[in-house]
Design a protein around this ligand. Structure first.
Ligand code: DC
Length: 335
């Protein structure tokens, strides 16, 4: 005997939604497992406690599962659990390698078996995007790609070589001779210049501004973008940057644009730097952040901009937990 698992979500509690979600789920399970209806011995459904309007088992009966035994149960209310979710377990007579099927919002329940997906989080410095992106990637058990670190590493290489970061030809020439790669150890990104791990050297204000300048050069950008697309093409990941939703991955499955008032963004950076034991003047930092935003938003190729289909989140008055919760809720609503 084989047991196949599956789950799906509905957008509202109505008999029509339940009928359509259940028949889609069962059809997908049938086709992905090459099943014949008569091979199904029984189907057990459970639905979250916010579903009252129809029995999933009845929807299965209506969808043509007439000969097997069917059963529906309701789950307890679990705080933080997925909303409006229907889970299923099919018992099959023959022995096969089961393909479990998770659809719509339920895809996030089984990241390990769901199809590859990418999440784009763009926004200006200090909007909270990298913290949110890291936590989200951790939650979803997928990779976090910090694209800003790549431009920062490029800036570091240019500053070390003593070349003018504003000179596209020189920066491009330099980068032709250096291998810029990202490696992952225990889920943490390490940015490498040739064989040197430069991750810890990338967060200074000097590097921030130089990174913004090198990122204006189309030839530099295209090299970075090619790498970013290659990584995102191979695996599920959360990418944060300025142009992920508009340019790097215009077809990303989920897109968010985080923003916050300049004062708030500067304060966040200030607190981070003070916590690292660095001496910093708040007003200078604020001016730098505003100048960098201006430079990032006015470059010709792939400027800092919200993609039309990105969800805008103003994080000025939100905690990081609230930001993360909002992102996850929006993702569930979308699938
Ligand atoms: O996200 P960050 O602060 O680490 O980024 C540093 C700079 O790199 C940013 O000012 C602009 C540039 N950048 C970019 O142009 N595109 C990205 N996807 C990420 C960063």
């Amino acid at each position: 005997m084989t047991v196949i698992r599956g789950a799906t979500t509905i957008s509202k509690d109505s008999p029509e939604e339940i009928r359509s979600a259940v028949s889609e789920l069962l059809e997908q399970i049938e086709s992905r497992n090459a099943l014949k209806r008569e091979e199904v011995l029984s189907i057990v459904f459970s639905s979250t406690s916010d579903i009252h309007s129809f029995y999933p088992a009845k929807a299965a009966r209506e969808a043509g599962f007439a000969s097997c035994s069917l059963f529906s149960a309701q789950e307890p209310e679990i705080e933080g659990g997925l909303a409006l979710c229907i889970r299923v377990m099919l018992f099959i007579e023959k022995n096969i390698e089961p393909h479990h099927v998770y659809l719509r919002g339920a895809r996030i329940l089984r990241k390990d078996i769901a199809q590859k997906y990418n999440i784009a989080i763009d926004g200006p410095a200090g909007s909270g995007k990298s913290t949110a992106a890291k936590l989200l990637a951790n939650d979803c058990h997928i990779l976090y790609l910090d694209t800003g670190a790549m431009y920062r590493a490029c800036a570091l290489a240019a500053l070390r070589a003593g070349i003018d970061v504003a000179d596209e030809a020189q920066v491009c020439d330099l980068m032709r001779g250096i291998a810029l790669t990202v490696l992952y150890q225990d889920g943490v990104q390490h940015t490498m210049l040739d064989k040197e791990d430069v991750t810890a050297l990338l967060r200074s204000p000097e590097i921030s501004m130089a990174a913004s300048t090198v990122s204006r050069h189309p030839s530099v950008r295209m090299k970075m973008v090619e790498k970013q697309r290659e990584i995102a093409g191979k695996m599920s990941c959360v990418l944060d940057g300025r142009d992920i939703g508009t340019f790097v991955l215009p077809d990303a499955d989920f897109k968010f644009f985080l923003t916050a008032a300049p004062e708030v963004r500067a304060k966040r950076r200030y607190d981070e730097m003070v916590a690292r034991g660095e001496k910093v003047d708040f007003e200078t930092l604020k001016k730098e952040i505003v100048a960098r935003d201006e430079q990032d938003a006015t470059r010709q190729l792939a400027p800092l901009k919200k993609a039309e289909d990105a969800v805008l989140i103003d994080t000025s008055d939100m905690t990081i937990e609230e930001v993360l919760k909002t992102i996850k809720r929006k993702m569930q609503e979308k699938i």
